[in-house]
Design a protein around this ligand. Structure first.
Ligand SMILES: NC(=O)c1ccc[n+]([C@@H]2O[C@H](COP(=O)([O-])OP(=O)(O)OC[C@H]3O[C@@H](n4cnc5c(N)ncnc54)[C@H](O)[C@@H]3O)[C@@H](O)[C@H]2O)c1
Length: 269
């Protein structure tokens, strides 16, 4: 298949379901071979999106690209190294890395409770830190050196609008996503002479299955056909921004944070 990402290989973490899955599908639709990933092989089933990673991979191959699937904890360096070996063997070197895995899921499997600054448990703080900040750093440490050696690559990290404003609850999650935004700037600075761009997308509230299963949704904000931007994003609307930043149309955009939230966060910075 030919497209603006033909000949490229992309790795999207957390792409067994939700936003990551929409991003992997979008990159494949533009011609990239993609490695999909989830914490476990049946991660896609958690909120009923697909049976497992095999089912998601099969669907993405409709774009006529090569797809491979890996599973493992991004907060575990050995697991990340093993996933890299599999991807290198099956698809070759990664040119596009999307760090989408993460979220506000704590140690017990749902949202931390309590989830405010002074009461959240130490176990939840540790799990959220692995899932959102340490995991992103470990995956970059594993995959970016090959991009640097090749003099070519694009990293898109996924933060959240919550990274850009004071939040309570979701204090630790938003703090870690702010860390992801700043890490993006620092990594871009470090790679300025190496041909590797690093940007971050901060989605607003988006209608993934996990989003709808773990909070009370406002029915007035569900309809994507309404004129008002005061609604939840569709996963595909976030994926479009990621595909733009990942590819050649954004070739001089580097170290930037793009808030994709319909105008929810209308402030400077
Ligand atoms: N949906 C929203 O409203 C929204 C808004 C802003 C930001 N985000 C961010 O977008 C990303 C995707 O969110 P989503 O709504 O699709 O949620 P989701 O729970 O459906 O997807 C998250 C994915 O990350 C994986 N993951 C989490 N921790 C992991 C770990 N340590 N190792 C390996 N895999 C891990 C999960 O298994 C899952 O595949 C997250 O980083 C989230 O913080 C989502």
């Amino acid at each position: 298949m030919t497209g603006e990402l033909s000949g490229k290989t992309a790795f999207v973490t957390g792409s067994g379901r939700g936003l990551g899955r929409a991003m992997a599908d979008k990159l494949a639709s533009l011609g990239a071979d993609v490695a999909i990933h989830d914490l476990s092989w049946t991660g896609p089933a958690k909120y009923g999106e697909a049976a497992d990673l095999d089912a998601v991979a099969k669907e993405i191959t409709r774009h006529g690209v090569k797809v491979c699937a890996v599973s493992g904890n991004i907060g575990d360096r050995e697991a990340v190294a093993a996933m890299k070996r599999t991807i290198d063997e099956k698809l070759g070197s990664v040119h596009i890395l999307v760090n989408c895995a993460g979220g506000d899921i704590g140690a017990a499997g749902g949202k931390p409770n309590p989830n405010n600054a002074l009461d959240i448990s130490f176990e939840d703080i540790k799990v959220l830190t692995d899932n959102n900040l340490i995991g992103t750093m470990l995956v970059c440490q594993a995959f970016v050196p090959a991009m640097k050696a090749a003099g070519e690559g694009s990293v898109v990290n996924i933060a959240s609008v919550a990274a850009h404003m004071g939040c309570s609850p979701e204090v630790v999650y938003s703090t870690l996503k702010a860390g992801v935004v700043h890490y993006t700037r620092c990594l871009a600075k470090e790679l300025l002479d190496d041909g590797v761009r690093v940007n971050v997308v901060s989605p607003g509230p988006t209608k993934t299955a996990r989003f709808q299963a773990t909070r009370v949704v406002d029915p007035k904000r569900m309809d994507a056909a309404q004129i008002s931007f005061n609604r939840y994003a569709e996963p595909d609307e976030i994926a479009e921004a990621v595909a733009f930043l990942a590819g050649p149309r954004a070739k001089f955009i580097n170290g930037q944070a793009l808030r994709v939230d319909g105008g929810l966060s209308l402030f400077a910075g």
